[in-house]
Design a protein around this ligand. Structure first.
Ligand SMILES: Cc1ncc(COP(=O)(O)O)c(C=O)c1O
Length: 379
């Protein structure tokens, strides 16, 4: 099995021979990892439950963890899920990698479509599933919203969307998501929306695909699934808490598969994640920081403030040359967009000509980084 090397590995190689200006503070806006402390009440819940390490965790999760996730879905999206419509998981990365393998295993020539550029695990999952990949390009022409031809929809077994989107920061409305739900029923493909950034919004909370399913009358969530994660929401990527929710028929079989995968979350992590999923105050405090960072970027670079995520997808002439120059002259690291995308059948990589800037630092560092990017753009 041959996987692509990870974007951060490619970046390390790209910058390996460059000596940056070390009179300047090093700033890395590359990884989508909030650079803030995990709130203390979450850390305390983890410490208080360390005695639970003596027990094996169940694949189905603890009742209190599942209840917290159900309460989150109800409060945030108005979606009342049944117990069999949700599975807690060890962060969402493992689900994104093993769910396609589970789903596509019995299909002879499986076909998987996903947005391009993308979170690298989608491609890894397609490779591990021996699936043909259909790349749904996100570019200026389609306003970073994916489309599929009739033939592609007839062919696809699994379609992964990711809205709010990493890296382009675009969102889909309830109506647009509803159209996707209808297409998944009409053409009979499984539709999964990766909603890891749904809680990092600037003003209006973005809708969930599950809400959209109810909106178009798909009350059993047939063919419809979402994943969500605490990593960005609670500045707690180390807590490894997420869930997959939706179509109960698929999830019933997937639960059985997961007992063999053996990645149930340790009980102390589940106890801490339960309090985190139930609290909204700390998330609003984080949103304030990201909002402020977007305002700083707008003030200095003139970029639009997106509806969600903490990314700026910035157009530059040559993303590789720009990334090198920014590092050499300003000691600031960003990610070349082409590392996050792949060439489509026409040879075009929609990540070319863009850099991804992760606004995950505090206001002071964000300001410094934006000034450096501006200087580099103007040079
Ligand atoms: C789009 C997207 N999906 C999923 C993940 C995985 O998050 P986690 O495994 O922490 O839940 C990430 C992490 O960066 C991401 O950017």
């Amino acid at each position: 099995m041959q996987f692509e090397s990870y974007p951060f590995e490619k970046l390390n190689t790209l910058l390996a021979d460059i000596v940056p200006d070390e009179t300047k503070e090093p700033l890395a806006l590359t990884i989508g990892e909030p650079q803030f402390e995990t709130p203390s009440f979450i850390q305390k819940a983890l410490q208080d439950s360390s005695a639970l390490l003596k027990k094996y965790p169940k694949t189905s999760g603890e009742v209190s963890t599942v209840e917290a996730m159900l309460a989150f879905n109800k409060k945030r999206f108005g979606v009342e899920l049944k117990d069999e419509e949700i599975i807690p998981c060890f962060g969402t990365r493992e689900v994104l990698f093993n769910f396609p393998q589970f789903l596509l295993f019995d299909i002879k020539d499986p076909v998987m479509a996903f947005t391009n550029p993308f979170y690298q695990i989608y491609e890894g999952a397609a490779i591990a599933s021996r699936a043909k990949m259909i790349l749904l390009n996100l570019d200026e022409q389609n306003r970073f919203k994916p489309t599929m031809s009739k033939e592609q929809m007839q062919e696809a077994d699994l379609v992964i969307l990711n809205f709010p989107n990493n890296p382009t920061a675009s969102t889909l409305s309830l109506e647009e998501l509803g159209e996707w739900v209808k297409l998944s029923l009409e053409y009979d493909f499984v539709l999964l929306n990766d909603e890891c950034y749904s809680e990092i919004y600037t003003n209006t909370p973005p809708p969930s695909l599950l809400e959209a399913a109810l909106h178009v009358g798909n009350k059993s969530f047939k063919n419809t699934l979402v994943i969500n994660s605490i990593s960005k929401r609670s500045s707690a990527p180390g807590l490894r808490s997420g869930f997959i929710a939706g179509d109960a028929d698929i999830l019933k079989r997937y639960m059985q598969y997961r007992t063999y995968v053996g990645c149930a979350s340790p009980l102390p992590l589940q106890a801490a994640s339960a309090v985190a999923w139930l609290d909204e105050e700390h998330v609003e405090a984080s949103r304030k920081i990201y909002r402020r960072n977007f305002e700083i970027a707008k003030e200095i670079l003139g970029t639009d403030i997106p509806e969600a995520s903490f990314y700026i997808w910035l157009k530059v002439e040559d993303e590789i040359a720009f990334t090198k120059k920014l590092y050499q002259e300003h000691n600031v690291k960003v990610l070349p967009g082409s590392y996050l995308g792949r060439k489509d059948e026409n040879g075009a990589n929609p990540g070319e000509g863009y850099i991804r800037i992760a606004l995950v630092e505090n206001e002071i560092k964000t300001r410094k980084a934006m000034e450096a990017i501006k200087a580099c753009l103007n040079a």
